[in-house]
Design a protein around this ligand. Structure first.
Ligand code: HGY
Ligand code: MN
Ligand code: MN
Length: 410
């Protein structure tokens, strides 16, 4: 095995850089970001790359090509995690790309195209509620207003960047010139059951689902739990609970094409056992591979929540804070990826991605492709039970390497 065991060990090593005692949580611009970044820098340098942090905390490695005019192949994924995460979400795409460059370096091979490997600093958006910060910067979608976003402790992204050693004023030059990028290829665990259930080690991603995220804030009337009669209460928590079920219902009624989730639910000041909740907020994450279906579901949901708010006498504030359209993958690159899979003696399975990925940020101007690798435990992810095998890590890295070595411009 050229890659699999080493890659699994590296993922194990990196999982120790966690903000939580139990499980893995690694968020943007923390000491754990630095620890994992330093580990990845060392791997990149060992693999023959010039590597360093950029101004926003991305970890970027460069492997020169033989043709100074050739555009670069960029490969990578994110190095941050959700709360209580698995070990492979994001990092598999970084480690497999590094392993490919290391293999070329050890064989003394330089390709015509320069190679860039990127560990994106923040894709999950846990700390500042802004997702895909690193890939947005490289693809020209960074919004400087994000720098004023505060974390739960009231620290702004700009302050955290300065404390990390980054430079909040230097995000502009991170944008890659479109003509200097040949393609972006991301390998990633599937985070679902399809490859596992159908017996495929890897798959070619056809499209990444579009996603809209909304923060709902409800204001009712706080009151004494013992003295306020049931009829006529303006209970923000009960209203939020009914709305949460409405989110689930809208998703279930469109289960063939939409998923809808309430992932965060907060009672102001934590609530109290003997107080009718006056203020509650929650988040909605609504996705579909079909943008029209997502928009229809969102409108239906918005009307349903408004009716509940009106009937229950609570006010509803609807703050959409994220929206990305479905992003089909480049057909030519899908074909090259399929050829790499065939070359490795495997059947080709095409499938969509319900999860969002950094590759979405590049799709508007750069040919992008994604390679999925099977995960175990029913495909579970965003959960410490997330798992994959060294054999599949080996297979996926061989496919990625073949794709990179035989890449041709469309
Ligand atoms: O939410 C997602 O799909 C990704 O894990 N950020
Ligand atoms: Mn994730
Ligand atoms: Mn991911």
């Amino acid at each position: 095995m050229r890659f699999g065991n080493r890659l699994m060990q590296q993922a194990e090593d990196l999982s120790q850089f966690s903000q939580s005692e139990i499980g893995l949580t690694r968020t943007y611009l923390t000491a754990q970001h630095r620890q994992a970044g330093d580990y990845l820098l060392a791997l990149m340098r060992e693999a023959g790359m010039q590597a360093d942090y950029d101004a926003l905390g991305n970890v970027v490695g460069h492997y020169a090509g033989t043709d100074p005019d050739a555009p670069a192949i960029i490969s990578g994924s994110h190095m941050d995690s959700v709360v209580n995460a698995g070990k492979y979400d994001g990092l598999f795409g970084v480690l497999s790309a590094i392993a490919c460059v290391r293999d070329l370096h050890e064989r003394g091979i330089k390709l015509a195209f320069p190679l860039e490997v990127v560990a994106f600093c923040d894709e999950e958006g846990v700390r500042f509620n802004v997702t895909m910060i690193g890939s947005a910067a490289l693809s020209g979608h960074f919004d400087p207003a994000w720098l004023t976003r505060m974390d739960a402790e009231g620290i702004s992204m700009s302050e955290a960047l300065l404390a990390f050693g980054g430079d909040p004023a230097a995000w502009g030059p991170l944008r890659r010139e479109v003509k200097r990028v040949a393609c972006f290829i991301e390998s990633h665990i599937e985070q679902g059951p399809v490859l596992l259930n159908e017996g495929y080690a890897v798959g070619v991603v056809t499209a990444i689902a579009g996603c809209t995220r909304v923060k709902i804030s409800l204001a009712g009337l706080a009151g004494h739990a013992g003295t306020v009669p049931m009829p006529g209460r303006r209970d923000a928590l009960a209203a939020a609970a009914e709305m949460t079920l409405a989110v689930e219902r809208v998703g279930l009624e469109r289960a063939d094409r939409v998923v809808a989730t309430v992932g965060k639910f907060e009672v102001a000041e934590g609530g109290a056992v003997n107080v009718i909740a006056g203020a509650v907020s929650f988040t909605i994450d609504l996705r579909s591979g079909d943008d029209a279906a997502r928009h229809e579901a969102l409108q239906t949901l918005r009307a349903a929540l408004a009716e509940i708010a009106q009937r229950r006498g609570v006010t509803l504030d609807w703050q959409q804070f994220y929206a990305l359209d479905a992003a089909p993958r480049d057909a030519g690159l899908q074909m090259q990826l399929a050829q790499a899979i065939t070359h490795c003696g495997l059947e080709v399975r095409h499938l969509p991605s319900g999860a969002g990925h950094d590759a979405m940020q590049f799709a508007a101007a750069t040919p992008t492709a994604m390679l999925f690798v099977r995960c175990g435990n029913g495909g579970i992810s965003h959960n410490p039970l997330e798992t994959m095998t060294a054999d599949d890590a080996e297979t996926a890295t061989r496919v990625l390497l073949h794709f990179i070595e035989h890449f041709t411009l469309n």
